[in-house]
Write a protein that binds this ligand. Structure first.
Ligand SMILES: CC(C)(COP(=O)(O)OP(=O)(O)OC[C@H]1O[C@@H](n2cnc3c(N)ncnc32)[C@H](O)[C@@H]1OP(=O)(O)O)[C@@H](O)C(=O)NCCC(=O)NCCS
Length: 258
């Protein structure tokens, strides 16, 4: 049986495996049943509480993918990994059986999981056709420099630039684990640089030289960004097929399934 991930162990520091799964708005019942096999009781209960079928599917696929990946690299049953949460809700895994750390993101139709050994890693995925008014949201949330540069572009480029900034800003606040407790206006991204760079307001108490960012060209319909507090960052993209994931989690780990 082919492995779910083409890596035998978590990547070395400074490298991130970015696993992306395309998911339909409606999962078929047999896929749901198989994926739920990977979840512990509290996550199954949370899955059942989602009122929206799309959001429920995103949560289910994300956690099943996470648990399958962790069990690929550590001899612990998928359901048995215990996740901790910080004061801002960031889930993390701290277990002697793994050196892996992670961050998850989902958008309608896709789940993205960033896996590595560095604890400060963040990922954000957004759909390009997401309903949003770029200038209105930018005025509310982006830094003055980001707004000025966005407004200077032709309107046809607003959406793409906006989503590049949005995903980078989300990836950074997620890597910090603080979510919207960090003031989004207090840092400015330069998304067109390769790799993207950031300027921090002194009030943020952070050092831009300690961070690396990547924009990932996944497909024409999505924008993805990764942030990591590392000296150099390499991102390995792995597309995971949903049926393959459901098949793997339907197999017992002892037989080589993940
Ligand atoms: C919660 C938050 C960290 C991300 O929310 P989001 O963009 O809606 O959701 P994403 O799909 O990218 O990420 C959700 C996942 O991040 C993880 N997460 C939750 N809280 C987190 C935190 N404080 N730090 C890092 N990761 C977190 C979880 O794994 C969660 O998925 P799960 O519960 O299914 O496991 C927070 O940044 C937020 O509420 N953002 C709102 C969006 C917004 O207004 N952005 C403005 C950008 S300019």
């Amino acid at each position: 049986m082919s492995p779910l991930l083409p890596f035998a162990a978590p990547p070395p520091p400074g490298e991130v495996v970015l696993c992306c799964v395309d998911i339909p708005r409606r999962l078929d019942p047999s896929t749901v049943a198989r994926l739920r096999e990977a979840l512990p009781d509290d996550e199954r209960a949370r899955h059942e509480r989602y009122g929206d079928e799309g959001a429920a599917g995103e949560f289910l696929c994300g956690r099943a993918l996470l648990r399958a990946a962790l069990s690929t690299w550590g001899a612990v049953e998928r359901r048995a990994w215990r996740l901790t949460h910080n004061a801002h809700g960031r889930p993390d895994v701290e277990h002697p059986a793994t050196t892996a750390r992670f961050n998850l993101s989902h958008t309608r139709g896709m789940v993205a999981l960033a896996l590595g050994r560095d604890p400060a890693v963040g990922v954000d995925v957004e759909r390009l056709d997401r309903r949003v008014r770029p200038l209105e949201v930018a005025d509310r949330f982006f830094s003055p420099d980001e707004v000025t540069e966005l407004r200077a572009l032709p309107e046809a480029r607003h959406r793409d630039r906006f989503l590049a900034l949005w995903t980078l800003k989300e990836a950074y606040i997620k890597a910090r684990g603080m979510g919207l407790a960090l003031p989004l206006r207090a840092f400015s991204f330069m998304p067109d640089e390769a790799p993207p760079r950031v300027r921090f307001d002194p009030s943020l108490g952070d050092d831009a030289a300690r961070w690396c960012f990547a924009r990932v060209d996944l497909d024409p319909g999505h924008r993805v960004a990764v942030a990591a507090k590392v000296a150099r960052l390499t991102v390995h993209v792995v597309r995971v097929d949903l049926d393959a994931l459901a098949h793997h989690v339907g197999l017992p780990r002892a037989t080589g399934g993940v």
